[in-house]
Unconditional design. Structure first.
Length: 265
């Protein structure tokens, strides 16, 4: 009884939180890993209509937001670098720099963040709601694998459609960056296009497509998996949605580091 005071100390509470967080971390990783295995194993058992439905969410519903986010990001970058490059005598390479930044990082990362906020969060809340309202149990009663029915089509759609979404947004983003260029320099559009072509490399396009595909698959897998392991009620659905967004953001950045290292170093 004399040691009961220890449980009231700040140090004890901090270590307790860390311990609980570690348990939740490994539990989430195990759930994601298990669902990934089931997705791969049942990849050819999916109804094509379900894949098309989820592809529409990734490719049509998210495209306007992705384009807006990527365009504004490239315009902000070009606004900050254009004038400085002119001062340094590198005016002819403004389009080159913007293109490299957009293709390698800006479009895949900012586009993925937009998809996470719009599509990933909705996937997590949708499956979490189904889980806490026993709809997933009803699917099991009908002898349908919930992972094959709910998660696999989303992962396939994210992996396949995401590169097209990012490619379109990157193209429009590079062109829209000229708006910022003409606000800060007297560079002609033809000179800007010539500069853009100097920054286009096949390796960069392959890297962007691979990043986009991996990011799309990760967003769908992580968001769906975290929603799938939800228990409780309405509050837990909100917590699951938040966790899905945080996990997706973190996973995308980590994956981006390793893919960039693979291609460019």
């Amino acid at each position: 009884m004399k040691t009961e005071w220890i449980k009231e100390t700040l140090t004890y509470k901090i270590f307790k939180i860390i311990k609980e967080s570690q348990y939740e971390l490994f539990e989430t990783l195990a759930g994601i890993g298990e669902n990934f295995y089931l997705v791969i194993r049942n990849i050819f058992k999916v109804n094509p209509k379900e894949i098309l439905t989820q592809a529409s969410r990734f490719g049509i519903d998210s495209l306007p937001l992705v384009i807006i986010i990527v365009c504004l990001s490239t315009m902000i970058i070009s606004l900050q670098v254009s004038e400085k490059m002119v001062e340094q005598g590198a005016k002819d390479y403004i389009g080159t720099l913007i293109t490299v930044i957009t293709i390698r990082e800006m479009a895949p990362i900012m586009g993925s963040f937009a998809v996470i906020s719009m599509i990933g969060s909705s996937m997590a809340s949708e499956i979490a709601t189904m889980k806490v309202t026993s709809q997933v149990d009803a699917i099991k009663v009908m002898k349908i694998n919930p992972v094959t029915y709910l998660i696999t089509p989303k992962v396939i759609a994210g992996f396949v459609i995401m590169p097209s979404v990012i490619l379109v947004s990157a193209f429009i983003g590079i062109l829209s960056s000229y708006i910022s260029v003409i606000l800060t320099t007297d560079m002609s559009f033809q000179s800007f296009l010539d500069s853009v072509w100097l920054g286009l490399f096949e390796k960069d396009l392959w890297a962007m497509n691979l990043k986009s595909a991996v990011f799309g698959g990760l967003i769908a897998l992580i968001s769906s998996s975290i929603g799938y392991k939800t228990t409780g009620g309405a509050i837990d659905v909100g917590i699951a949605t938040t966790n899905a967004v945080v996990w997706s953001f973190t996973s995308v950045v980590i994956a981006d580091f390793f893919i960039s290292y693979l291609f460019f170093y």
